[in-house]
Each structure stands twice: as C-alpha cells, then as structure tokens.
Design a protein around this ligand. Structure first.
Ligand code: BGC
Length: 254
C-alpha cells in the first residue's frame, strides 16, 4: 500500500472526482476526512465505504468559500485524524454565463470556492505540515487553468489563479519537504457534467474534441492523485498533470 499510515483531507469528496480520490487513498492505506458542503447523506455514504476498507474516516461540513470555514475545516481534520499529511483541494463550482453578465456575487461565489478556499486551506495545512516536516498539497484544477473556456470567465479565472498560486507556493514549501502540484482533469464523467451526459448531441460534440474519444473516469484522476500523494513523488513539485485524454492538445488542423 502506497499511503499506509497517512492522513488526508479531500475537499468536496461526497461525489465525483473527490469521492474517487477518497476511495483510492483509503485503498492505499490512508485515513481520510471526507469534506462536503451540502451533500451530507452522500458524504456519510463515502465514510461507510471507507470504514469498510478498514480505514478511519469522518465527514466534516464546511463552506470553503468562507476563509474562516476553510481554516476551521483543516483544523478539524487535524483534530479528527491526529495530523495531516495530504490536502487535496478538490471542491469546485462552475457557472456558465456571458462575461458581460457576471455579477460580483457570482464572481465571489466561483472565485471564493475554487481559488480562495483552496488558497487558505493550503495555507492552514502548510503551517501544520511545516511543523511536521513534510506533506503533500494537491489542487484539482481543470485543463481550463490553461485552456480558454467559452462563457466560463469566472471558472477559468479561478483555475488559472490556482495554477499560479501552486507555482508560487511550491518554492516556499519545498525546503520543508512539502510538494504542491495540480491535477488538471478534462471532461470527466461526474455530476458536474450532468447536463452534457444527459444530452446525446452535446455528448457527441464533446467526445469529438477529445482525442481519446471518450470522457474520463474519476478513478483515472484519482490514480494520479495517489502517485502525487505518495512517498515516490517526493521530488515532484510545482507542476500540473493533465488527465484529459488529450483534450487540451486537440486541434482540428484546418
Ligand atoms: C469542467 C467540465 C468540462 C471540462 C472540459 C472541466 O473543468 O468542469 O464542465 O467538461 O472541464 O471542458
């Protein structure tokens, strides 16, 4: 087992990619805090699954878009598990709409959860990891940390921000044995893509811009997270790993 004895907090792990990461971590021997905002029942289900794998698991609620809550979440996770080796900033939201219609409220919602929440959770975790002499911070971003996304200006801004905050802090944390990396998923079959998955034409259109010809599975993202969280990845920091079936490299060649 590659994560035996490690303690992890995975934000937004009641469903989708976060849930798959929590499960993969537990299968590799980690104890896990399952964070959720509104999906209590789903989070409790994940805890039961992790318990069955013989791991310590607990669900903690927080709105990570509120800085004090993101900080409290990290503190509660440390209390629940005893310490923290791995933070996965996975919680994320996206709202589509034309740039000219974006309100301050929408901006604060998307940037708050995706960027500010990840930033301050990472800061709280880093303070603890510095004292412990090591750790892993993994942001689940999106290929849209780099690739433009039509009518998703807030989302793209938040993910681009995560990319540069990862690159900036990796320098400060490397001397403490803490690595910071991003995983940039493309289109993955999760609830965030519910609308596309339920519409045959949209789905076909999406598949046509993915060289691999299909959506990814959450487990395919989780496999990279396990590697980045493991001792094997001690020298890997400051990078983004795309898990996108080639989507970010797609070009029709007209
Ligand atoms: C978004 C999905 C989208 C995918 C590829 C992800 O970050 O959450 O809605 O399908 O990027 O564009």
């Amino acid at each position: 087992m590659r994560l035996a004895g490690k303690c992890a907090l995975v934000t937004g792990s009641s469903s989708g990619i976060g849930r798959a990461i929590a499960q993969a971590f537990a299968r590799e021997g980690a104890d896990v805090v399952v964070h959720y905002d509104r999906e209590k029942d789903e989070a409790d289900e994940v805890v039961v699954e992790l318990d069955k794998l013989g791991r310590r698991a607990t669900a903690i609620q927080a709105d990570v878009g509120v800085t004090a809550e993101a900080q409290r979440l990290v503190g509660d996770a440390i209390k629940a598990l005893g310490h923290l080796d791995i933070l996965v900033n996975n919680a994320g939201v996206e709202v589509r709409g034309p740039f000219v219609d974006v309100t301050e409220e929408l901006y604060d919602f998307v940037l708050g959860v995706n960027l500010k929440g990840a930033f301050f959770a990472a800061q709280a975790a880093a303070r603890h990891m510095i004292e412990r002499g090591g750790g892993r911070i993994i942001n689940i971003t999106s290929i849209h940390e780099d690739v433009a996304f039509l009518e998703f200006a807030t989302y793209a801004a938040s993910k681009g921000g995560m990319r540069m905050f990862m690159r900036a802090v990796c320098q400060e944390l490397a001397p403490h044995g803490i690595t910071v990396n991003d995983i940039a998923p493309g289109a993955i079959a999760t609830p965030i893509n519910k609308r596309t998955l339920g519409d045959g034409n949209l789905l076909q259109e999406l598949q046509s811009v993915i060289p691999a010809g299909r959506l990814g599975e959450p487990e395919e993202v989780a496999a990279v997270a396990v590697f980045l969280a493991s001792d094997e990845a001690a020298y890997v920091t400051g990078s983004t790993y795309c898990v996108d079936g080639g989507m970010s490299r797609w070009n029709k060649g007209l």
